[in-house]
Every structure is written in structure tokens, then in C-alpha cells.
Ligand binder design. Sequence first.
Ligand code: CDP
Length: 765
Amino acid sequence: PEESNAAATSQITNNAAFEAKKGKKRKRKADTAAGAELAPSSPEKRQKSQQSHRNQQRKSNQEARPQALPSNGNGAPHLLRRRDELLKTRKALPIWPHADSIREALRKNNVMVLTGETGSGKSTQVPQFLTSEPWCTETIAITQPRRVAAISLARRVAEEMGSLFGKQSPAAKVGYSVRFDNACGPETKVKFLTEGMLLQEILRDPEMNQYSAVVVDEVHERSVNVDLILGFLRNLVSEIEKGGSKRKQPLKVVIMSATADVEGLVKFFDEGFGNGAERSKKETQDEIEDHTTKQNDLISTCFVEGRQYPVKTHYLPEPTMDWVESALKIIFKIHYKEPLPGDILVFLTGQDKIESLEKLINDYAEGMEKEMPKLLPLPLFAALPQYAQQRIFEPTPRHARKVILATNIAETSVTVPGVRFVIDCGKSKIKQFRSKLGLESLLAKPVSKSASIQRKGRAGREAPGQCYRLYTEPDYATLEERTKPEILRCDLVQAILTMKARGVNDVLNFPFLDRPPIEALKEALFQLLRLGALKADGTVSDIGLKMSKLPVTPKLGRIILEAGRPERDCLLDVIDIISALSSDDSIFFNIVTEEKKEQAEEARRNLYRREGDHMSFLTTVQQYAEEHSDRRAWCDRHFVSHRAMQNVMNIRKQLRQQCQTLKLLTPSDLTADVTSSPNSDAILASLLRGFISNTARLCPDGSYKTFLGNHTVAIHPSSVLHGRKVKAEAIVFSEFLYTNKAYAKKVSAVQMNWIEDAMEEAFDI
Ligand code: CDP
């Protein structure tokens, strides 16, 4: 160990010397870049600030460079070796030369809008550029739309900083926080978290005192949560600017996006500052004069140019209905005609299409000549476990070609190295709120022009590439210019509850980047009233406040609160069910072959309950929890996914803890065993309180029609109630799926009078 210690030290010294030599050169270059790319401040202000900044900068440049990081408890030799190894890669990233100008801009202004192509290094480098800045006394938060990205970025940045990560040690400098999994410690300086988690934190601490900076990443995805975060941040920074905040230190906000929507974002924040009209009380006189002349002086912008080689576009001559087959043909055409290396990235709509294309590729590849290079299909979708996602980053073996089969997750949030060919089906599944049904569904829809340009761009990262669009050129011309932000097309119940809980009563006047339609806002307010989350005057109720603090949807939150009432008294059981509903993976995985299907049905028989899927989930969770010898074998015997069950148990533990915090459970409940005979009536009545809009009644023709809206829904084939001879008079379902027709998924049989009772309570406001 001594030897490797010495080696690591000498490497650091060498690097430091190398950096010192290069430092001056880079500084000069960065200054020019800053001049060109950052919104210019007035010449007077620049001159004044330059002197003091120069000293600060020199100091912090040295601190900020990774080789100057103090060797702390994290600095084990192998970590430092890896850190130094990665430094070379980091220096080659397009964002690296911008480090100084980014730091300088953020010393001057509190808000920055930064755009740069996927893979230019925004997510991994920006937080590291900032950790040693003089204003950075607390943690830096970086939000991510997806859990996988938050966790894998945290791991990567920890490696680059030579630090441990997450739960490895309380001294870890890099952590993450995602739903049901918080891996941060007292030393965490860089924290990756999902947008939902940041919103929860904002509810607890509206001034965000634990952070020196909030970096909002992947803003172009325009999730509802990111739009809410932007609104809250805009209010907070303008409050700080006006001197109305109690924060001890400034809050730096960096908005990062892969597409150039800079103007809109700058305008949005600028309006928050009152267009430069109302200035900070803390400023000196000449700064005030300076600001009045420069409207955008509070916001910097930075554009990082990615590397892009030309990409040739091919269209289909005729439209196709079967683009899985078209993709298959093109994959083999490329494989036979184009030389190696050159991996293929195929954009498909979802897991089902990905899996069928994967199977087809494997089948056809068996017929290839022996001397042909291998084809390696690799699926990539959000619900895929992390270890499987990581496979796409592994180098392509010699004499082989990777074929990555991805959803739009690879459009902007993941960089896949080695790709020269893109095949784009031109569609993606998007969340769509069907206001007539009052339900949300995922539908495959044509992508926007900007999304198809992003997809095409994936082929030209490392060399010239080719893009095959599985639609015609005239069809391309009909595509929408931009993807519609989620807030304009989805259910807003959760968003409005978050706003109400945060004290925003006048939701119509909240600073939305895009204002959602008034009907959608009203519908969300009605839903919240029905759930009892709002009082009649529209302010949040005690129940609503508790719901907003639970890491589940408002409907599930309401069910938890209902189950905790003394007259229901079934909270532990309901937590078991909600844990099963909240797991990403299915507990009962899909079985493909008929023969296996029969076996599985037989094996699962003692888990199924006549009341329906929810009680069957409860039985499964309880039996699994009681199995202490070999849980994996138990899962194998019952055709149950072990991975899903591990996940369920983790969620169950966390939900129990959360309920204890809200005083719905006592500390002894945390380790309580399963209930010997669960009260299914109380459980289903609790479910109804949350899922009142997901109910349907049996009609004389044998179909089910929803109570609200009177729409036909069929029981999904995956339900234990599917195909029953004796049909229940009414059903409640926790999922809605719209494919060729409307399906109720995860269904339970209930009595008509229970629904009537629940309706009465919901509508009697
Ligand atoms: O945020 P942006 O898309 O601009 O880039 P990034 O996520 O910071 O990625 C920069 C580089 O880091 C990529 O080219 C990847 O090779 C690498 N990276 C990685 O190896 N593992 C990760 N989990 C994230 C990034």
C-alpha cells in the first residue's frame, strides 16, 4: 500500500505542475470565450469586478481542479488513481474549456442558462466546477428527471472526484436522493436528486438553506416537476434579489438544457426580476445605475458547442405500419454493407416493441454466415434494472456490432458511445391526460421535429453517420416543431397539491413557463377537493398537507390516510399493497409460452384472492415477508419476480417510516409482522377513497362502464378477475391502460353500496 500511495502522490504532483503550466494559457482563452458567450456586463462593472475576481479566481481555480483536492478520508489510493485516469477524459469534454467562464459568470450573476449537446459534460462537470467557489459553503443540488440517471451520475462524479459515493461511507462527498432511496451524508457536497425529491425538499424548506446552488438539468424534457421547480426558483431568486429572503448566503441557479431554448428561459427569469425595474436594496449606487442600463445583467447564458459530424438522412419511400420489421431489415442491411466499427441505435416506443425486435434480431442472426461479425442487441428503457442499462456503455467486442434498442431515454439523457447509425421509428410513448375519462394513459404518438433532430444527432458524435427514418419525407414535414411540455397535456393533481402545500393559493397566477389550460387546472382542483386535500375555500387541508409529504401520488396518499383512520385500521396491510403498486417491476412477470403460463397459474394459485388483484398483492407480500429461509427459492416456486419483491420490501420499510413520521404509525409498527387475517372490506373501502374516479359498474351486456364519464373499460387479461364467469357488480382499478381499447388494470371487485358511500363522502364537500 505504501508503494501505491507514493505513486498516487507523484501522479498528483505531476498533474498539478502540468496544470499550473497550462493554467495561464487556458485562462486567456477562456476570457475570450467568456466575452463571446456570456451575456456581457457593462464595461465599468467588469473593470471593477475584474481585479477582485482575478485573485479569487486564481485561488479557486487551483482549489477547483481535481488534482488540488485535499487528500481526505475518501482519498484511498485506488480512488485517486481512478480520478487521475478520468481527468484525461474530462479534459477532452467540450465543456472543459468553459470552466473558468462559467465560474466567473456565476460570481457575477445568480442565474445562468447553459445549453450544450448531450455528452458535452454538463451534468458531470458543472457541479465540480463550482464546489470550490467562495460562495459555495453548502451543498450543490443537481436535479434529474430519472432515478437511474441520478444514481449513475452520482457514481460517476464520485469517481471523477476521487471520493466514495452514496452509502459507501458517511464521508462520501457525492450522494443521491431518489424516491425511497436517500444516500447522502453530512459531508455530501454534490447531491444528485430527482425533480420530485427536490420538490419535497422545497415543501420542507422553501428557502433551500441547505444548498448554495441548484442545478436544474435536462430542462428541455419539460416534465411537470421541472416546470414547478423553475417557478419556485424564480420566486425564490427574485425574493432574494429584492432582499426579502432570510437566506444567509446567495443561491446560485443553473438551468441546463440540451436544446437551445435559451431565450424563453432568460425571459422567464428576467420577468421574475421585474425586468430590472425593482432592484436589490443591498446594491451600491453605481450597481443600480449599471443594472438599469443592462436588462439581462442578472442572468448569464453559456453555450457549449458539441462535436457534430454530418449525418445523412434516409426516408422510407412509402409509409409503413410495421416498423419493427422495417427496422429489422435496415439493421441487417447496415450489418452486411457497412464496415466496422459502427454501432446502431434504434429508437422504438416501449419495452414491448424493444423485446420483440430483440427476439427477431437474435432469430435472424442465427442464420448469418459464420464469418460475419456478431450482432449484439442491447435493450435500453427506463424500467430496465440499472446493471442491465450499464451494458450499453461497455466497449463493443472485436468483430461485433452493438444494436441498442432504446426508448426516447437515449434521445437526450444518455450518451451511447460508438453509434454511427440511427434508426428512428418516429414515435414515442407520451403521457396523455384524457380529460373525458379523467384518466392518464401512455400513448405512442409521432415525435416532434426537434426530437427527431436530436435522435439523428446521436449518429454523428464520433464520426460521420447515417440516420434512417422509418417514415416518409412528407410525413416529416407534418411533425410538430417542438414536443409539447408535459404540463400542457397531463394530470395536474400532484402539481397543484405541491403548490397548495407550499402556500401558493392562487395557482392561476403561479409563474408557469407554459400556462396549463384552465380546464386542466380546474379539473385538478376538483379532484383535490374530492380527495379532501383542499378545504372549501381552496386552501390545503390537514389531510392534504399530509398527502403532500408522502412520496406517492395524491390518490395513494389519500388511501394511506384513510386506512390509518381508527374505523378502518388497516394501514399496515394497505402499505403492503401500495408498496406492490409502487414497484417499477411487475411482481408477477409476464410469461410468454402457453405451457409455462399454465404452470405459473397453478403455482400462483394460493397467492390469488377472489377479491381481486390488490388482495392478491397483499397475500404475496405477506407470504414473502414471512418466508425467512430462502426467499429466492420461494419466488422461483411461485413464478414471482425476486427483484420486484426486494424492491417492494424496501418501499414497504420506507413507507412505514414515513407514516411513523406523520404519526400514523407507532414506532413498534415499524417492525410489525403481517396481519393474520386482513380485513378485506376495510382495505377495499380505503382503496375506494383514493380511487373514486377509477370505478366502474357492471352493465346488463356484461361490460363495465365508469361511474364518472360512463366510458367502457375492459378488465385487463393480466388481472386475476379476467375471464371470471361470475362478474362482480362493481370494480375499482388502480391502473388504466389504453391500447386498442380502454383497459382497467390491477382490479378489485367491490360492492355497489361501498362506491356509493365513497362517492357521497367525496362529493359532499
Ligand atoms: O450532461 P451532458 O449530457 O452534457 O454530459 P454528461 O452526462 O456530463 O456526460 C459527459 C461524459 O461523461 C459522457 O460522454 C460519458 O462518457 C461520461 N459519463 C459516464 O461515463 N457515466 C455516466 N454515468 C455519465 C457520464
